[in-house]
Design a protein around this ligand. Sequence first.
Ligand code: NAP
Length: 239
Amino acid sequence: MKKIIITGATSGIGRELALQFAKKGHKVGLIGRRTERLEELKDEIGEQAYIRTQDVTEHEEAENTYRSLIDEMGGMDIMILNAGMGRIQMLPPWKAESKLIELNALAFAHGCHFAFDYFKEQGHGQIVGMSSMAALLAHHRAAAYTASKHFISNYMVGYRQKAKRVDADISVTEIRAGYIWTEMTERAKGMFWVASVEKAASQMIRGIDKKKNIFYVTRRWRLMAWVAKLVPEFIWNRI
Ligand SMILES: NC(=O)c1ccc[n+]([C@@H]2O[C@H](COP(=O)([O-])OP(=O)(O)OC[C@H]3O[C@@H](n4cnc5c(N)ncnc54)[C@H](OP(=O)(O)O)[C@@H]3O)[C@@H](O)[C@H]2O)c1
């Protein structure tokens, strides 16, 4: 039985990971801003679920929340940094971009930093970052989003190197997900190879269990990663 904290657990991928991990007998610590959703999830999972309402961009408060969840759960073995957002249409463009960067990049880095220090002290643990295929594919309609996922990806390479240099068994797993049906993508157009959240989460769990460094979900997106690496920028610019 592992103790797993998941940020962004009120919907989509985070919620489904919580359900599937709990079904496998693990304890799950769930974080998000929507209290009602957390309470519903707690009702569904039962006593293996521990919940906290928290905006992870409030770093100081978030750190206290992580600590209090760990205390209540009796420890932490895996921290899944999943909270993230896509485009926000209600805000003026710069406000929307800065909010996205604050969450997808800065709050992610804060969570990663916290988890690393905790696992270093403990001597073992696993950090999982919810990156995306977008990390490899810049896009003119989602420059902040694709750049934020590139940040996650690159940051995790650095943390993997850091982990090798300390006297602790810390794994750093980056999940590069393709399109998945969730609230984030419900109005998106032009998607392909879209996976159900159930299938995506079950593949993610396999990658997490195997402590993979980088894991593509669904697996066919690995092909696209090769294409992205091989196709020169001037060709992408025309696509
Ligand atoms: N769906 C895809 O196709 C896809 C593909 C690749 C990667 N991803 C990544 O997967 C992750 C989850 O996305 P999803 O598709 O499952 O979308 P989602 O259903 O919209 O889930 C986003 C989660 O993040 C939480 N969140 C947002 N802002 C937060 C904040 N400030 N503090 C704490 N939690 C916050 C939301 O909860 P509250 O609103 O309750 O706070 C929600 O639980 C994201 O990082 C996304 O970039 C998604």
